[in-house]
Structures are given as C-alpha cells and as structure tokens.
Design a protein around this ligand. Structure first.
Ligand code: WQD
Length: 339
C-alpha cells in the first residue's frame, strides 16, 4: 500500500515516514519545506534503506497534487501540512487560516475526485480548549480555542466530519496529539524549530547545548503538584507508530473517529527538567517567570480509545524522551542547517 504524507518532511511527518516504511508501506512525501529541510529525505533513507518519493510542492495548489495522484497509486493520505506555531498564529491569524484551510480543502477535493477514501488528519489536544476536566476524552466538547492555530484544527475536524456525512465510503481518523518530544534513537531526525523555540523540550536542549543561557519556567502558581504546568509528553516515535495504526484502521473502516495520542500521564515543567538532567547527567539553569498567556494548568490524555480501536499505546518513558532529544540535539547543534 502507498501512503501520501503531506508535510512529511516535518518533525512528526518524517518520523511517521520511517515507521510506515518499517511497516512495509510505500511512502510518498509532499512538502514545500516552509518548516522543514530537504536533508530529511536523505536521513529517512539512511535510517530505513528506502528513499521515499519526494515532491517539493505546496499542497494548496491543486495541479501539483493532481500530478502526484497521476504518477502514483495513493491508498491513503496522512495530512500533516500546516503552520503550527501557537504564538505566531495569534500575530498573523490570516496566514494560518489561509494556509491550513487551503491545504486541507485541496487535499479533500482531490482525494474525493480520485477515489482515495482513507485520511488521517494531524489534529491537536488544543481543540479541547481550557474548560474540560483531565484526563481529556474524545467525546468531551471541543472549542473555545484561544488561538488561530487551534481554531484551524477545530475547523478542519468539522470540515472532515461534514465530508464524512456527505460521502458514506469516506474514512478519516482525527489524531489529537498531546505533546510530542524526543527523536528517533539514531539521532538522524528530530525537532528543528526555526529561531527561538516556543516549545519546552527544544528550549531545554538548546539550553543544554549552550545556544540559550537558561530556561524560563513560565509560571509557578498553577494548580499542579509543583505549581508548574503539567502536560502529556509523548515520544515522537510512539506518535509515529500511532499513525501507522491509524492509517491501517482508516483503510479498513468508514466514518470519522477522533483519537487521542498521548501517554495518559502528566509531567510538570520541573518534572521534565529534572528527568532531562538525570537522564543526561547535566544541569539546566532555570529562571522562574510569569505564566504564558493561554496556558492551562494541566492537560493529559485518556488513552482507552486508542488502545481499543488501534491496539496502540505509548511505550517510551520520559527518560527515553529526554535521552533521545539530547542525542538528536548534540549530533545536530544547528538542526539540519550546515553552519
Ligand atoms: C509545555 C509547558 C509551558 C516553554 C503546544 C501547542 C500544542 C502542540 C504542542 C502543536 C507549558 C512550559 C514552555 C518554555 C516553559 N503543538 N514552557 N518554558 O503549550 O502545551 O502545547 O505545543 O501541535 O498544540 O499548544 O507545549 O512545549 O509550548 O509548553 O515553562 O520555554 O512548558 O508553560 O506549561 P504546549 P509547550
């Protein structure tokens, strides 16, 4: 079976490409490299021994997507392509709506026209908003997103549900990611944010390598065991394996299912810092600052549905995530850029 990964050269897309190839799928990647690097394709080949077909295109451009479907038999699509920086989305919301919705609408139109009936969508726990109790369950109300990025994820989930209501043989799995961290154990692929990292782990690893002189801990007065924010950190390889299970499920069923991909365990900012220091035998200098606007006290997943429908659960520990994040960063001080 051959699977098209839109945005497949990105952090989660590249790890998913590796696990799909390991599982015997043919992988085709379409990516405009807006938030990734062409070197990733070489690294996927180095890890798996198989080079995925690569199209450097913007998947919002229908003619370019047609070309992929003309040249390949596509059994399923995993749609990663989209902008994903929460703070940036509040500064330039229209760019997020234009890009994230256009890419999705084009993909949905082409897979309908070309009778490709299985879709996995890269959604986010952000769609739960800040009103639901933890652990977050898939049947809880979604909405009340505090940023354009989260709103695009919610809109796209609703668009896909409407498409499913209109076409009975359409199948989609909406994967709600919690907090992906870590890297492939080889250290050949990993998270390479442009500029100052917004997310916790890349900021920790850049502090560890000396690019940042300390980590700012955003808030110490949350309603958590140590006052710092609690999140459900999941190893990106576990997340990738969840996509393999999801696309298999989508090709064997019809209808739409939203499924959490998390560990079901919450870790605070200080839990992560201490785990990182212990796993890598080093000290991470920190300074305590104010809360970051829009952050919630705690977010972690209910994991029953993924176990039941996908026969999948996360296996890597927080220690593994810290070791593999550091292994990637120390082997790639400048990410994929040569310096
Ligand atoms: C985690 C915790 C911060 C940085 C976001 C998106 C979500 C998904 C993952 C795309 C919080 C604290 C962080 C720092 C800190 N992205 N923190 N200092 O905000 O839970 O989720 O990224 O899909 O959609 O919303 O992740 O890593 O930014 O923050 O103290 O320098 O670390 O306050 O408690 P978040 P994060």
């Amino acid at each position: 079976m051959s699977i098209l990964l839109t945005g497949g050269a990105g952090f989660i897309g590249s790890h998913t490409a590796v696990e799909l190839i390991n599982a015997g799928y043919e992988v085709i990647i379409a990516d405009n490299l807006a938030n990734s690097n062409k070197k990733v394709i070489d690294r996927i080949e180095k890890i798996t021994g198989t080079r995925p077909k690569f199209y450097e295109i913007n998947v919002a451009v229908k003619e370019d997507v047609y070309k992929i479907f003309d040249e390949n038999h596509i059994d399923g699509v995993i749609h990663f392509a989209g902008f994903k920086c929460v703070p940036e989305s509040t500064r330039i919301p229209l760019k997020y709506y234009r890009n994230n919705l256009d890419t999705t609408l084009t993909i949905l139109e082409v897979i309908e026209e070309r009778n490709c009936r299985a879709l996995v969508f890269s959604s986010s726990a952000t769609v739960y908003g800040d009103k639901n109790p933890v652990p977050l369950k898939e049947d809880m109300p979604t909405g009340s997103s505090t940023n354009a990025y989260g709103s695009t994820k919610l809109m796209i989930e609703n668009i896909i549900k409407d498409v499913s209501r209109a076409s009975k043989d359409f199948s989609a799995v909406l994967l709600r990611y919690f907090n992906p961290i870590g890297a492939h154990p080889s250290g050949l692929i990993g998270e390479a944010p442009d500029g100052i990292p917004n997310n916790l782990m890349p900021y920790v690893t850049q502090t560890a390598i000396g690019v940042r002189d300390h980590l700012n801990v955003f808030g110490t007065d949350y309603n958590t065991h140590d006052g710092t924010g609690v999140r459900d950190y999941i190893h990106v390889v576990d997340l990738a394996k969840g996509h393999v299970a999801a696309i298999k499920y989508a090709t064997e069923h019809v209808g739409v299912e939203a499924i959490n991909l998390g560990t079901g365990k919450g870790s605070s900012v200080l839990d992560v810092v201490h785990a990182f220091e212990k796993a890598n035998n080093m000290n991470i200098p920190i300074e305590y600052g104010e809360r970051r606007p829009g952050d919630v006290d705690a977010s972690y997943a209910s994991v029953e549905k993924a176990a039941k429908l996908l026969n999948w659960h996360a296996e890597y520990t927080l220690e593994d995530m810290c070791k593999h994040s550091w292994n990637w960063q120390k082997n790639n001080p400048n990410g994929y850029e040569d310096k």
